[in-house]
Design a protein around this ligand. Structure first.
Ligand SMILES: Nc1ncnc2c1ncn2[C@@H]1O[C@H](COP(=O)(O)OP(=O)(O)OP(=O)(O)O)[C@@H](O)[C@H]1O
Length: 680
């Protein structure tokens, strides 16, 4: 048996050497035998792919089942190394990392018209392979990935491929049709008219078998919507809108029952046979799914243990000494054979040695040689210079106004559908009015009312940004997650998303700020001057908008919503305490806090509100016998406490407006600074 295997390996090696000579040298897995994937040097040099090989003709009959002369995706000598943080953060994990070889010297080819499944145990590198193909890798890569003879770039893959992530990221409030329609507006070229978009959406709904749920809400954890399998179909449908040449799917069947999983994979096989290149990762395909596959790749420890047609699997593994027991699913058997058993040291060593041998055998096999010949042939046949086509394709995006309007509409519909959230947006701030009034009552004109007025002012300038914070934390994170995903797909920029959110929340903040200010102002009996009232309304609106935009800025920096919440609350409290001068006069504060007060919005809004509230008021003197100084007019109070409030009124309004613009800039900058995480 071994003699035969060795002869085969020798024959395969010499054939491959001839073919690979054109690309460079590969190191065999046997040569780099290792007990762990950590810190393994990647030894490889790549030359320019050149012309075809006559040997490739031998391969064609072996690879039948593929569509000849169709574009193929080739992975040549590809390795992927990531930095893995070690230890806990308190031990400096942020600064200490080690290299981890996630994909090791892969050489694979995928053909248009085929459905390929990547299988292997958990951690074998399936998702990482899809990540690098789609241009989402976060580590260092070596080797070449080419499509249709051209080396793949991020922009090219963005144009040519679509990636269905493991988790469905959909807005639960939208219907299936709305979800697909908004995505179509974001993805399809600007020349698509609304009627074209409707047609496209309808055809995807039909193709994905979603017609019976087209008008149903997607639903989430609280409100029940479409089923898990239907959600997966929607996610796939979203990616099919732009008619990608390559469709990548990470665990599309995870969490689905056997029947739904079978139907889903059947749909993917149909898509592939209609002329798409489909690659999916899957944990343990059942035998009915196994039969639907055109090709199967088994990965283990980032290396290739097998790549070929399903009917080649059993004969191949039998020749290397692993026959498939009768009545067993070959896929289950060979995934088990290529798994590393880490239960005990002995079992780990034994299984590691076995998997290394299997990978080395595949590297030396006729199958691998055939793949390399196929790649060589593909490169020579499809090496077309379609740069112009790519340039044209890169302009194939919708216009900015269309994207902006679509995002705005989607945010509004999402919010409107959630009745309690929608009402809360209008009423949360006005709800504070009864509580403030319960404590402070109706204002009079005696000396005590001066303190009460200051109390109302303090409450209003603190509560408005706080409600902005609460709204931001409630509505923003789900939209942010969607943004991270869509931004990675290149659908729109950070500035577009943040500006759309800014405009989306503005009308709500205008209405609820005006309701709050009007109710509080007239019921509490504040200064009955109409200009003062207008200024109070304006300040309440601006503060609520400031609070919400500041919150989303912090959410751009801290991905943890709880942390963002606490940080923003701290900023607002500190700003109100230090800069308003309502709890402690500025002169009595340490110099550093006095300076800090100048950068806080509360300094300027307090001056506006105090100036407006006290100007023109008369107070009665009823403090005789208590030794307090009597303040007879509002002007006297302003002069004593906020001497420049009236003089700086216009300047303070301009500065408050500038804060609103600056927070928008801050939000965009913090999002850009932090970048979008790669979601899975
Ligand atoms: N950015 C990264 N940082 C650290 N480790 C990583 C990174 N990317 C991948 N890995 C590691 O590489 C290995 C392969 O991960 P990958 O997610 O590709 O496996 P998988 O086969 O898709 O597993 P599963 O089936 O469980 O999803 C894992 O051990 C993983 O921890």
């Amino acid at each position: 048996m071994m003699g035969t295997l060795e002869q085969q390996q020798l024959r395969a090696s010499s054939t491959r050497q001839q073919t690979l000579g054109q690309y460079g040298s590969f190191k065999t897995p046997k040569g780099t035998a290792q007990t762990s994937l950590v810190d393994t040097p990647v030894e490889m040099s790549l030359g320019e792919p050149s012309g075809g090989s006559t040997a490739a003709e031998d391969v064609r009959p072996k690879m039948n089942g593929t569509l000849d002369n169709k574009p193929s995706l080739n992975i040549i000598g590809f390795s992927y190394v990531v930095k893995e943080r070690t230890g806990h953060w308190w031990n400096g994990a942020c600064f200490r990392s080690r290299k981890k070889l996630v994909l090791n010297n892969l050489c694979m080819t995928f053909e248009t018209g085929e459905l390929t499944a990547l299988v292997g145990t958990s951690g074998s590198g399936k998702t990482s392979l899809l990540d690098v193909i789609s241009g989402r890798s976060t580590g260092v890569t070596t080797g070449v990935i080419s499509y249709n003879g051209q080396q793949c770039t991020r922009e090219m893959m963005r144009q040519k491929s679509s990636y269905v992530l493991q988790a469905d990221r959909l807005l639960p409030t939208l219907t299936v049709r709305e979800t697909l329609t908004y995505m179509a507006y974001l993805k399809l070229p600007g020349h698509f008219k609304p009627s074209d978009i409707d047609k496209k959406v309808q055809s995807v709904i039909i193709d994905m078998g979603l017609i019976h749920v087209a008008e149903s809400r997607i639903g989430g954890t609280v409100i029940r919507g479409v089923s898990g399998g239907e959600k997966r179909r929607i996610s796939i449908g979203v990616q099919l809108l732009k008619d990608p040449d390559i469709l990548l799917l990470d665990e599309p069947t995870s969490g689905l029952d056997a029947f739904t999983a079978h139907h889903l994979v059947q749909s993917l096989a149909d898509l592939a046979h209609k002329g798409k290149l489909v690659i999916m990762s899957i944990h343990q395909p059942r035998s009915d799914i196994f039969r639907l596959l055109d090709k199967i790749a088994i990965l283990t420890m980032g290396q290739l243990a097998f790549l070929g047609r399903p009917d080649q699997m059993v004969p191949y593994f039998t020749t290397i000494g692993y026959p498939c027991p009768v009545n067993q699913n070959p896929c289950d058997v060979y995934i088990d054979v290529t798994s590393v058993d880490r239960r005990t040291k002995k079992q780990e060593q034994r299984s590691l040695a076995r998997t290394r041998d299997i990978c080395a055998s595949f590297f030396d096999s006729d199958l691998q040689t055939g793949i390399i010949k196929r790649i060589t042939l593909g490169l020579s046949q499809h090496h077309v210079d379609n740069v112009e086509e790519m340039d044209a394709a890169s302009n194939d995006w919708p216009s900015w106004p269309r994207v902006f309007t679509c995002l705005l509409n989607r945010m509004n519909v999402h919010l409107k559908r959630d009745r309690s959230a929608f009402l809360a947006r209008f009423l949360l701030l006005p709800f504070f009015v009864p509580f403030i009034l319960m404590f402070l009552g109706r204002l009079g004109n005696n000396q005590g009312s001066i303190q009460d007025r200051l109390g109302i002012i303090y409450q209003s300038i603190q509560v408005a940004p706080y409600v902005g914070l609460v709204n931001g934390i409630a509505f923003f994170p789900v939209l942010r997650d969607l943004f991270y995903r869509e931004n990675h797909d290149g659908l729109y920029s950070t500035a577009t998303f943040v500006s759309a959110y800014y405009i989306h929340c503005l009308p709500f903040n205008i209405i609820s700020g005006a309701l709050f200010a009007s109710a509080l102002y007239w019921v509490a009996g504040m200064n009955p001057n109409i200009v003062s009232f207008g200024a109070f309304v304006l300040v309440s609106i601006m503060l609520q908008q400031f609070g919400e935009v500041m919150t989303i800025s912090i959410c751009g920096f801290f991905r943890n919503a709880q942390l963002a919440n606490n940080t923003t609350a701290l900023i607002f409290s500190a700003s109100g305490l230090v800069a308003s001068g309502l709890l402690r006069t500025m002169e009595n504060m340490p110099t550093i806090l006095q300076w800090a007060g100048y950068v806080a919005i509360h300094k300027y809004v307090t001056e506006i509100v105090v100036g407006n509230e006290f100007s023109g008021l008369q107070f009665t003197c009823d403090t005789s016998g208590r030794g307090q100084q009597c303040i007879k007019t509002g002007a006297e109070f302003i002069h004593a406490q906020y001497p420049q409030a009236l003089e700086h009124m216009t300047r303070n309004f301009i500065l408050t407006g500038a804060y609103l613009v600056a927070t928008l800039g801050l939000a965009i900058s913090l999002f850009k600074l932090r970048g979008s995480p790669v979601l899975h």
